[in-house]
Each structure stands twice: as C-alpha cells, then as structure tokens.
Design a protein around this ligand. Structure first.
Ligand code: SF4
Ligand code: MSK
Length: 653
C-alpha cells in the first residue's frame, strides 16, 4: 500500500508536472506505484549491487565479501572477477536476446508478408527494400518487391544461426574497425550463436577468465547492435515506412476526455501499427460515437510509442515511469501491450479503474490481463478485435474520476539516417563541414530508460541541455527522447536553447537541436550514422568527436546497447552504477583497458553537470586527434569517475 512517497514528495521523484499530479492522486487513492515498491525494497542487496552474488548452480547461491573478511570464493572456487564478469555477460545476453527476438518477430512477419500470408501489412518503402537487397546480395532486376523481399528475409534469417561467417550488416562497419574486431576475435557471427555461447560460457566451469568472458560479452552485444536490432529497424522501415520529420504531442495531456483512449505499450511496431489503422475504421469510430465518445484516440508509451510517433506522428503519453500513472488518469479504456519494459503491476493498478489490460504476445502473458493472441497473419482482424474491446470499455468509464492534469507539449521526431542525410542534401558533407569548422563540436547519443532511483527525467534533461548549450548535437532514442520531448527541447524553436553554432545550423535546417532517432532497437540508426561519418572521413568510429550516454538506464537491454556502442568505438557515460564494482579488475577493464583495444570505454557519472563536462572534454580530445580546432574546457567538477557512487533517490527511500 501507500508509503511516505506520497503527500508532497512527488516533486523529488519526478520533474514532470503530469507525473507529480498522478503520484499525488495515487497516494490519495491508496494505489501503490513503482516508487512505493522501491522504498519497500530498501535496503537492496549490497552483494547483488556489486555483482558479487552468484546462483548459477545448485552448489550455491554464493557471495563474495567485498570487505575481504568473509568468503572470497564461491563453492566452485569462482572469485569476484569471474562472478562479476559472468553476471555482466548474462545481462548483456538477456538484453541482446530481447532486441534480437523482437527483430526476429519483425523478420518472420516480413517473410510472411513477402509470401502473401498476412493481412494489414504492406511493403511501404520499396526503395529501401531494394537497397537492402543489393547490400545483402539479393538480385533485384526485373523482380517484384515480394520476390525480392522473400529472398532478403531468407538471407537475414540465416544471420540468426551460424551458417554464415559474419552478420550481413557488419559490412557497414568501417574496415579498420572490422580488422580490430577480427584481431580481438569479437566479430559477431550469428545472433543466436553469440547469445547461446554467452550462456554456455557462463555455466559453472566453462569460461573462468574474466577478460575472455567480457570480450565475448562485447561480441554478443555487437550481434545485437549490428544484427538483431539493425534487422528490426531496417525491416520495420520497409514495412511501415522510413521515418521522416513529423510533429506530434507528448505527456499525459494527449489523452482526450471525450474520446476512447487506447495506449499502446511495449516495443514492436507490428502490433501497434495495425491497431492505429484499425482505430480509423469507420465502423469502430461509429461504435465509439454510439457510446458517447467523439472518436478513438491512440497514444503511445515507451518504445512502441516511439515507433508510432516516428512514422505516424501518433501522440506519446509518456516514458517508462508513466505506465502506471497513465492508468491513474482514469481516462484509459485499454492498455495494449506486447513485450519489454511492461511492469506486471499495471494489472493491479488497472483493477482500480475500468481499464482493460490486453496482452498480445504469447511470449509475454500477464496474470489477470485479457490475452488476445496476436498472429500477424491475421493482423488486421485481430487489431479490429482489440480496438472493439477498447471501445466497448468506454461505456464503463466514470467521467467523474477522469483527471488529465496538463496540456500536451509539441515535439518533433522522425530523424532516420535517411531523413538526416536527406535534410543535408543526401551526403554527410554539410555535417562533417560544420563539425570540422567547430560550428558543431560533436554529437552525443543520449539514450535509455527511466530509473526510479533517480528523479524522473532530470538527468536526461540536464545533460542534454548542457550539451546543446555547448554546440553539441544530441541524438535521442527510447525514454530519453520522450523526456526531452516533454521538456520542450525537441521543437525547432528549441534551437534558441543551443549554443550559437548549433543554433545557426538548426535554424537554417528548421530542426531541433535534439533529434529523435527512434526506439531502443533504433540505436542501430546511431551506429549507421556513425559508420557513415567515419566512412566519409576515412577514419575509425573511435576517432570521431562522439559519445554515448545512458543517464537513467535500468534494463538489461540498455546494458547490451552500452556494450555495443562502446564495442563500436563510442565512449559511453552511465548515470546509474552497473553491478560491477565488486571486481576492481572488471571495473579497470571497462573504464580503462577497453580504451586500448576498442578505442572506447565506460564512464560512470551520476551528476549530469559533471557528465556534460566530461563529455565536452572528451569531444575536444577527439577533435584534437583529428587535427580539428579544439578548445580547453574550463570548469570544476570531476571529469568522470570509475569510483562507486551512491544510489540517489532509492537509498533515501
Ligand atoms: Fe556458487 Fe560457483 Fe555455483 Fe556460482 S557457479 S553458485 S559461485 S558454486
Ligand atoms: S522502453 S528499455 S525503458 S528506453 Fe525501450 Fe524505455 Fe529503456 Fe524500456
């Protein structure tokens, strides 16, 4: 039940007015939220926080005493280095598997589409399909899009196994980096293969060399970034359209008191896209009207929302920590979910209202929810059924309980690599010239989640603001994008917040200084853009004035993203401490040693001001390395740290 997180403390949990209002409302109504449960979990396990616990076999569970007084070995003899590395490797495998299995679902649907077996899907971007076909060696001359698509699907399905030597899209990586990967033995082979091998290696008594384990963890993550995630992004573009700049709205104000509201939550566009189409069906709109609503309003949450916003301009209700709070508005008829980042608690919260939780993936059932098994072969029909269920629930809505606390904020999305290059005239040259001249100092991908241990969105906003103020272009995906959207930093007028150089570039192109590149799997777009810039300059990715940041990450997928970004040569700053500090050797490898082998490393810095400072110095160092004009960055504060940092809000409980 409720705890001291209620009653006025909402302001320390989130910076957003809509979330604060709903947290207060939850408290008034006695509804538990993620923050209450975090508090109830205090103190969280210190061994686990340091990565020093192991339950990989039934001789355990084991733990290592970080103070050197208790056990230093598990029952099998594994020490801190092995246990921490194995735990990290398994987290990366889980994250990579999640993205890659999402990619497989898209790929199988695409294959069915090419064979004429689906309803509700089409080849929306034939030109992109033909480009992909040529890239992976499929003939296009005189062939229909379906014939080409069927062969492309078969080639990419092989990327999941181990039949081919390397993944198809590794060919996009600059040769100099591919050589580096080869020398290290981390070129990704098959998507499934690397993940299975990671699990094999971390079984008791297999890989007992932490360096060897972590190198394979990098390889596993690369099979995500240049494999499963990239396949998901590319084929989603082919089926649903390659994003182009589009305006939309964001925050809880996108809900409509007079309409049927349906929130699409999760990750995979193959469900959400057909639901959006079904919501426009005149028969269902008429049904809504007959029940007293003026229409059907589909909104997004988390990454499936990003997919819809990027391609269709569908409004976004919020990011990760908004999923319970959107229910507390009382305005939602249905929350339709597929998989990933969906808290089991939404079923309990929804019971307090008329809202239906409709699960759709047979991989992701929720006890207490209504399950509608989604089969893309009957996509249009099932989407129709789901929307009908939502519309019928409108009859049960209690309008007196509806509370939509804010007006929506405008934001702009749709910055695929194709759209960015298109805005630049089809070549990276104008961007490269602006960076070379110092008008833009560099670019940073700010990505990842919300974590209730930190005030929601504060780190995303603060870090991004400090970067754009200093002429650093920011690329955003996932929940970081939504945070920036809510803060008004993703409209062309936000160019006024940027430094003079970035401001001039944004104003001339009519774009914001913070570019929305999509969902979690769309971090692959950042990889493609980085590779294009490196290729244009004839350098390796690690030489570019780039950085990554995951200020409020929580998920295993974020760990996998961080690992493939670093493995690709882009240093990444984490705002939340990963569970590795039980092994000084692992920390030293991640925060230092990796720099020698992949030209990038991890930095942990929870203070956004210090993180921005560190990144600015890093970018100037990279500029100097390329012989570009660089400046000394003044300012106090730590220049990044590998030292353990205290948890923020969670520990204050
Ligand atoms: Fe303990 Fe080793 Fe088994 Fe892990 S693998 S639980 S450290 S005995
Ligand atoms: S939804 S992985 S909370 S970004 Fe992709 Fe957001 Fe993180 Fe999930």
């Amino acid at each position: 039940m409720t705890s001291s997180n209620g009653n006025g403390s909402a302001r320390r949990l989130t910076i957003n007015e809509d979330a604060q209002a709903m947290i207060d409302e939850a408290h008034r109504q006695g509804i538990d939220t993620v923050w209450d449960r975090l508090e109830a979990q205090q103190p969280q396990c210190g061994y686990c926080a340091l990565g020093l616990s192991c339950r990989n076999c039934a001789m355990g569970p084991c733990r290592i005493d970080p103070f050197g007084e208790g056990p230093q070995k598990g029952v099998c003899g594994a020490g801190a280095d092995v246990i921490v590395a194995r735990n990290l490797g398994r987290a990366i495998a889980a994250g990579s598997s999640s993205h890659s299995d999402h990619g497989r679902d898209i790929l199988e649907t695409f294959r069915s589409l090419a064979h004429g077996e689906t309803t509700g899907y089409e080849i929306a971007d034939e030109a992109k399909l033909r480009r992909l076909a040529e890239e992976v060696g499929v003939a296009t001359e005189g062939r229909s899009p379906e014939e080409v698509g069927a062969d492309v699907a078969d080639v990419l399905l092989e990327d999941y196994g181990s039949k081919r030597g390397t993944l198809s899209f590794v060919g996009r990586v600059p040769e100099i980096r591919r050589d580096r990967w080869e020398a290290l033995g981390i070129t990704p082979r098959g998507v499934d293969r690397e993940n299975v091998e990671m699990l094999h290696r971390t079984h008791m008594g297999v890989d007992n060399d932490y360096v060897n384990t972590l190198l394979h963890a990098l390889r596993t993550s690369l099979s995500d970034g240049w494999g499963g995630s990239m396949i998901a992004t590319e084929l989603s573009d082919v089926m649903f359209g390659t994003p182009k700049p589009v305006m939309s709205e964001v925050n809880l104000g996108v809900l409509r008191k007079d309409q049927v509201n349906i929130a699409m939550h999760g990750h995979n566009p193959m469900l959400s896209d057909v639901v959006v189409a079904a919501a426009q069906d005149p028969e269902l709109v008429e049904l809504a009207r007959s029940l007293g609503a003026t229409g059907i309003n589909v909104v997004g949450l988390c990454c499936t929302g990003n997919e819809l916003m990027m391609r269709r301009g569908v409004p976004m209700a919020g990011n990760h920590l908004m999923q319970e709070l959107v229910l507390i508005t009382g305005a939602l008829e249905a929350m339709v979910v597929d998989y990933q980042c969906i808290m089991p608690s939404i079923v309990d919260v929804a019971k307090c209202y008329h809202t239906k939780i409709i699960s759709t993936s047979d991989k992701a059932k929720f006890t207490g929810a209504t399950h509608v098994s989604f089969d893309p072969k009957r996509g249009a029909e099932i989407a129709h059924q789901i929307v009908r269920m939502a519309v019928e629930a409108f009859a049960d809505r209690n309008q007196e309980r509806v509370r939509i606390p804010v007006e929506p904020v405008r934001w702009m999305g749709g910055f695929s690599v194709e759209a960015i290059l298109g805005a630049l005239g089809g070549t990276p040259k104008p961007l490269v010239d602006a960076i070379a001249a110092g008008t833009i100092r560099g670019a940073v991908a700010v990505v990842g989640c919300n974590n209730p241990k930190l005030p929601q969105d504060l780190e995303h906003i603060e870090l991004t603001r400090r970067l754009i103020e200093n002429d650093i272009l920011v690329l955003v995906t996932g929940c970081a994008a939504v945070a920036n959207g809510k803060a008004g930093q993703m409209v062309p007028e936000a160019a006024a917040m940027a430094g003079p150089g970035l401001r001039a570039v944004c104003e001339s192109l009519g774009i914001p200084p913070v570019l929305h590149m999509g969902s979690c799997v769309d971090n692959s777009r950042v990889m493609v853009l980085a590779a294009a810039l490196a290729g244009y300059l004839g350098v390796d990715i690690d030489q570019l004035p780039l950085a990554g940041a995951a200020p409020e990450w929580y998920s295993e997928k974020a760990v996998a993203i961080g690992a493939y970004v670093v493995g690709s040569g882009i240093t990444t700053v984490l705002g939340v401490q990963p569970p590795v500090f039980g092994s000084p050797n692992v920390v030293s490898l991640l925060a230092d040693g990796l720099d020698d082998v992949v030209g990038a490393k991890f930095v942990v810095e929870p203070d956004p001001a210090a993180a921005a400072l560190w990144i600015r110095r890093h970018i100037e160092t990279k500029r100097r390395g390329l012989g570009l004009p660089a400046v000394e960055i003044d300012g106090d504060g730590p220049a990044g740290t590998a030292a353990p940092v205290p948890a923020a809000v969670g520990s204050e409980g």
